[in-house]
Design a protein around this ligand. Structure first.
Ligand SMILES: [Zn+2]
Length: 95
């Protein structure tokens, strides 16, 4: 049984495709072959690494007061502020 890879457009043996199971425990084959899948994973890892580097070099986040509250926020009016009130159980309901 052969299957065409969606990414490299090559027709390969079904065993060259990664398998997964659906909700009904039925075996399903991915639309990309194993080679393309590992390529994608590698590319994804590369992208994640780039993002990490960018975050590391962010001068705003590295500043010592980066996460301090804005002093103007203290004077802000908080609409919809919730006040907690304790719940009293009615007495004399012991069965
Ligand atoms: Zn492929």
């Amino acid at each position: 049984m052969n299957k065409k890879c969606k990414q490299c457009q090559e027709t390969k043996d079904i065993y060259d495709f990664a398998r997964t199971r659906d909700n009904y425990d039925k075996i399903k084959y991915l639309t990309v072959c194993r080679a393309c899948k590992s390529l994608n994973m590698r590319a994804k890892r590369k992208v994640e690494k780039v993002i990490e580097v960018v975050l590391e070099q962010d001068p705003l986040e590295q500043a010592p007061d980066a996460f301090k509250d804005d002093p103007r926020a203290v004077n802000e009016i908080m609409y919809g502020k919730v006040t907690k009130r304790p719940t009293y159980l009615p007495s004399g309901s012991n069965d």
